[in-house]
Design a protein around this ligand. Structure first.
Ligand SMILES: Cc1cc2nc3c(=O)[nH]c(=O)nc-3n(C[C@H](O)[C@H](O)[C@H](O)COP(=O)(O)O)c2cc1C
Length: 382
């Protein structure tokens, strides 16, 4: 897994920790939990660690427990994380998000779906949501208010202000969240965008607001720093966004200085009416990369170092993002490096690698543990 340079940033390898909401903060301010949760991926050898969906406004949060960047008070906690990632050789990225009509949700372990006055935790009342149209994101979801053009300008400026704060916090990469049924995806998808003005109807019109947000953020994000956009390459159902729509969007993103398109999927259209399996979204990354001429990040059930290596070597994507497997094995990138370099510990933190190498020499001498005896020592009398 070779390094990759995007603008002025060189990533030490192609493995990315995908954004993963932890629903574990109060008032959008992160603390020790996130330092440890994210820091272990830097110690684990990943090239780029993306902080989870981070609300650009309080009402744009998915839940009461999201990370936020809508006030300056939220900067120091994130700066502490970015500093730690840098100290351990990883680049620091952050996903900026507005949940739109999917805001005011419950934590997954509380049952997910919208907060209601009946199911709300004490002090965590539901709030009214906004969307491109007064169209719920699915059955059981509340009807959002249609954003006015002034309201859209406020959202756009909130993305810009959050990007500036991310810069102050020391982040190298901003990823704009235009996937998984959240606000920018709601504009892109014909399933949720029923506007009759210049921001709805044709594909060109549905792309207009997301592209305005991209342009505004690119204008304040430093020329030497990469900007990513995460997309749902296809909607869950086949009557929504298609891969052709996403290729067209990706071309426009590339023309506006976006450095990588992170090709996820779904979030609108109830479920997933497409094939599912290991690497099931890799073909999206490959097609966007080939047809829009933009670097891509592949994601989705990538669980093995050789699988990840083949995605890059085969030209399907420039980067490989890992979510659940990274939670299960925060050292995934170190294990991948060993698997692909025949066992060297060179990429391990210096506090661990050399001692593991000498332990291996010992283990080679004494052979594998054969169990169940708790003590098996060398017979030195022979
Ligand atoms: C706990 C958890 C939280 C997630 N939160 C986010 C998020 O904040 N933003 C996002 O774009 N995707 C989010 N996702 C989706 C992942 O980034 C990823 O696309 C998905 O899990 C598929 O990759 P995997 O098979 O490696 O887990 C989340 C996934 C998980 C498991």
């Amino acid at each position: 897994m070779s390094p990759l340079t995007l603008r002025g940033l060189t990533l030490r390898n192609r493995l990315v920790v995908a954004p993963m909401c932890q629903y574990s903060v109060t008032g959008g301010v992160i603390g020790d939990y996130h330092l440890v949760h994210l820091g272990r991926f830097a110690l684990g050898g990943f090239g780029l660690v993306l902080v989870e969906a981070t609300g650009v406004t309080e009402r744009g949060r998915i839940s009461h427990a999201d990370v936020g960047l809508w006030t300056d008070e939220q900067i120091p906690g994130l700066a502490r994380v970015a500093d730690f990632l840098h100290a351990e050789g990883a680049a620091a990225g952050i996903q900026l998000s507005h949940a739109g009509a999917k805001a005011s949700s419950r934590r997954p372990w509380d049952g997910g779906g919208p907060v209601t006055s009946e199911n709300a935790r004490p002090g965590e009342d539901p709030w009214p949501t906004v969307g491109p149209s007064a169209t719920p994101v699915g059955p059981g979801w509340p009807t959002p208010s249609e954003l006015s053009v002034d309201g859209m300008t406020e959202v756009r400026e909130a993305f810009v202000a959050a990007a500036r704060r991310a810069l102050t916090a020391g982040f190298d990469v901003v990823e704009l969240h235009a996937a998984h049924g959240y606000l920018l995806h709601q504009f892109l998808s014909p399933l949720t965008n029923r506007r009759t003005d210049g921001y709805g109807g044709t594909r060109e019109n549905r792309m207009r607001f997301p592209l305005e947000v991209v342009e505004a953020v690119r204008a304040v994000w430093p020329a030497g720093s990469p900007l990513f956009v995460r997309v749902s390459s296809v909607d869950g159902s086949r009557d929504g966004l298609t891969l052709e729509d996403t290729v067209a969007f990706a071309r426009e993103l590339a023309a506006r200085g976006v450095d990588a398109v992170h090709t996820s999927g779904g979030g609108l259209g109830n479920g997933w009416d497409h094939p599912i399996g290991y690497g099931y979204q890799v073909p999206f990354a490959a097609r966007v990369r080939a047809e829009a001429g933009v670097p891509t990040v592949a994601v989705g059930l990538i669980v093995d170092p050789h699988q990840a290596e083949a995605i890059v070597a085969g030209g399907s994507a420039d980067l490989v993002a890992i979510a659940r497997e990274a939670q299960d094995d925060p050292n995934f990138a170190l294990h991948a490096a060993r698997a692909l370099t025949k066992g060297a510990y060179d990429d391990y933190p210096v506090q661990a690698g050399p001692r593991l190498a000498t332990r291996d020499q010992l283990l080679d001498r004494i052979g594998p543990w054969t169990g169940p005896d708790p003590v098996q020592v060398e017979d030195r009398s022979a």
